[in-house]
Design a protein around this ligand. Structure first.
Ligand SMILES: [Mg+2]
Length: 265
């Protein structure tokens, strides 16, 4: 990820020890800002709620997995169903108008599920453990997302990936996407990753070689602008688990996937 600006949804030590409060309240699914005008939700109960929501189980290999019959899976299935219907209609319309329709997918927790990492590290973030985790290239897919990628492709819609993962994580990200069946357009022309050392010219407003000041919205929105204005595509839908994946325009419709485990501003 990303996540220089990431806010942990839960402070682990607090949850385990049951002592202390963390921050000014954590944002959860369906919220774009934190609540701070009343006592925040109890952190110990929130941890349990998250487990219940994902139907979290520890598999034989010692990996935390989401359950396919969880509310999380049901919410995703409803989103996928609506998205397929829309993609089918929007693709037809775009083709009729002579446009080149495209869809954009975030990667972390939109296509590749990080629940095992989040639970294992008590919903905190550390760049070293995160890099190790990503480089294993063994994350499970977010339910239905690889199928949605395939569906868009089958409708003649160009699939792009727009991720805060770094260039150094490209090989692992591509291998992991292939492993879960999202094996569409996994080339450098379609998988946009963060290249802080050598940022593309279209991000020059906030990034030059050696200087990176882009916010997530500037980076991701600037990438979508490039896809539309420079590459000539019409982005009919943009999928992400964070509001910062979706803000900034350059998409006809946005789809917010559930993720109550962290917040990236
Ligand atoms: Mg994400």
């Amino acid at each position: 990820m990303h996540k220089p600006l990431r806010i942990a949804a839960i402070a682990a030590a607090c949850a385990v020890a049951g002592a202390g409060l963390y921050g000014a309240g954590a944002a959860t699914a369906g919220q774009s800002t934190a609540n701070s005008t009343h006592e925040p939700y109890n952190i110990g109960l929130l941890v349990k709620d998250i487990d219940t929501y994902y139907g979290t189980t520890l598999d034989a290999g010692g990996v935390y997995q989401a359950s396919p019959d969880s509310q999380y899976a049901k919410d995703l299935a409803a989103l996928d169903k609506a998205a397929r219907k829309y993609i089918d209609q929007a693709a037809r319309k775009a083709h009729h108008k002579g446009e080149k329709p495209a869809v954009v997918f975030d990667i972390d927790d939109t296509l590749l599920l990080s629940l095992d990492y989040e639970k294992r590290y008590n919903y905190t973030y550390n760049s070293a453990t995160w890099a190790d985790y990503v480089n294993k290239a063994d994350r499970p897919g977010v339910f239905g997302s690889a199928e949605l990628v395939q569906y868009a492709d089958s409708k003649g819609v160009e699939v792009f990936y727009n991720s805060g993962l770094s260039e150094a994580q490209r090989t692992a990200a591509v291998a992991n996407l292939k492993k879960i069946g999202a094996d569409v357009n996994l080339d450098t022309d379609h998988v946009f990753l963060k290249d802080k050392a050598n940022p593309p010219a279209y991000l020059s407003a906030c990034a030059t070689p050696g200087t990176w000041t882009c916010t997530t919205v500037q980076y991701k929105g600037g990438t979508r602008k490039h896809i539309e204005d420079d590459l000539g595509y019409e982005i009919i839908a943009n999928f992400g688990d964070q509001y910062s994946d979706l803000d900034g325009g350059y998409a006809d419709r946005t789809y917010k996937l559930p993720n109550p485990t962290y917040f990236v501003s």
